[in-house]
Design a protein around this ligand. Structure first.
Ligand code: NAD
Length: 378
């Protein structure tokens, strides 16, 4: 499957070291899905299942290859013993969902035998995962009522908050939020909780959203600590920290010259328009960038927690580890004279390589625990 640009499937897998791709087809339910398993050195590949109307099968494959690799890095950097995986269902999430479609998908996930663990993602919901769960043991992101982890956003926000604290410490010598200003773009599930955390810690929040109700809620809940600005001005706000919590690619050729912050640290995925170019541009401007996939790993930490019996307190505690991980990334970037983006990738790659060596040297029949980054001092 190729549109002439990417090469054959094995060529595409070899390019980024993907282990396995599973094509799932069920005529009765209309299921067309692709499960991508990038790397299982650290543990089973965990990642959400996206439902999207892809323009072509090649585009769906490209997405699953890209996203599953991203999950390998995210899990590795977060200190989880999980590999990277992702799935896509080709279809319209508004019109083509059904119980049997997701149960059919669940049967394919079960067939992969635990090498891939699925979860919700763009276009899929907790309810869909409950259908998936009828057919497989290998699904997380289930509702609290069924013993699952429920909404991950408060844990994601907490992890991002820890990233902000670590970045402040690195840039200014103090991780206190008191008297600081944090500009939060997007006041949805994560943004709302982030505003709550930073204002409770004594910071002023400059906020923007395109959705009036989201602004009203934040203003009514945290009144004295909030300044509202138009959505097209938030990136240019005078602040200590700019926290993108809405869209990707908000740090780009247009916005970088307008930034007036010391730090960029937010929950949005793919904050940088171009990783290489814009991480360098931020560095040249003296702005510290806390890599998105590291500081937004709270959501992954939260769902992964289900694998050991969900416990919100433990999930929050583990997301607290993002403070130390972010600091480690800054240390690597300084020591190796590289960008924080490259440093994050290096940290992840070293952890995977270390685990592979360990496995080669010592026979251990007991599987490694999923979670590692416990912190007790937060
Ligand atoms: P959400 O959809 O609940 O909230 C996004 C908010 O951004 C909405 O209120 C929307 O109105 C607003 N928005 C959209 N365009 C905007 C613009 N141009 N300017 C200002 N505001 C705008 O999403 P969320 O769950 O809060 O996630 C936020 C980001 O964090 C996303 O990029 C998501 O992929 C990422 N993320 C979320 C989680 C999680 O646990 N929810 C985990 C990891 C990463």
């Amino acid at each position: 499957m190729s549109d002439g640009v990417d090469g054959g499937i094995f060529e595409q897998m070899a390019r980024r070291d993907h282990e396995q791709i599973v094509f799932c087809h069920d005529e009765i339910t209309g299921l067309k899905a692709i499960i991508g398993i990038h790397d299982t050195t650290l543990g089973p590949a965990l990642g959400g299942c996206r439902m999207w109307t892809y323009a072509s099968e090649a585009a769906a494959l490209r997405d699953v290859l890209r996203l599953s690799r991203g999950m390998t890095y995210k899990a590795a950097a977060a200190g989880l013993n999980l590999g990277g995986g992702k799935a896509v269902i080709i279809g319209d999430s508004k019109t083509q969902k059904s119980e049997m479609l997701f149960r059919s998908y669940g049967r394919f996930v079960q067939g992969v035998g635990g090498r891939y663990i699925t979860a919700e993602d763009v276009g899929t919901s907790v309810r869909d995962m409950e259908w998936v769960r009828m057919e497989t043991d290998f699904v997380v992101g289930i509702s609290r009522a069924l013993g699952g982890s429920g909404d991950p956003s408060p844990v994601t926000a907490f992890g991002t908050y820890q990233g902000i604290r670590a970045a402040l410490k690195w840039a200014t010598g103090s991780d206190s939020l008191a008297g600081r200003t944090v500009a939060v773009q997007g006041l949805g599930h994560v943004g709302y909780h982030l505003v709550k955390l930073v204002t409770e810690a004594g910071a002023k929040a400059i906020v923007a959203d395109i959705f009036e109700d989201a602004i009203r809620r934040v203003v009514s809940d945290f009144a004295n600590m909030i300044e509202v600005v138009p959505p097209n001005e938030i990136h240019a706000a005078e602040c200590d920290v700019f926290a993108p919590c809405a869209l990707g690619a908000v740090i780009n050729d247009d916005t970088i010259p307008q930034l007036k912050c010391q730090i960029v640290c937010g929950s949005a995925n793919n904050i940088l328009g171009s990783e290489e170019k814009h991480s360098r541009a931020l560095e040249e401007k003296g702005i510290l960038y806390a890599p998105d996939y590291v500081v937004n790993a709270g959501g992954l930490i939260n769902v992964a927690n289900e694998l050991e019996g969900y416990n919100r307190e433990r999930a929050i505690q583990q997301a607290g580890g993002i403070y130390d991980i972010t600091t480690q990334i800054f240390q690597i970037a300084r020591a190796e004279e590289t960008t924080t983006v490259k440093a994050a990738n290096t940290l992840a790659e070293r952890r995977i390589a270390g685990a592979a060596k360990l496995r080669d040297r010592f026979v251990n029949r007991r599987p490694s625990r999923m979670m590692l980054n416990m912190r007790t001092d937060i």
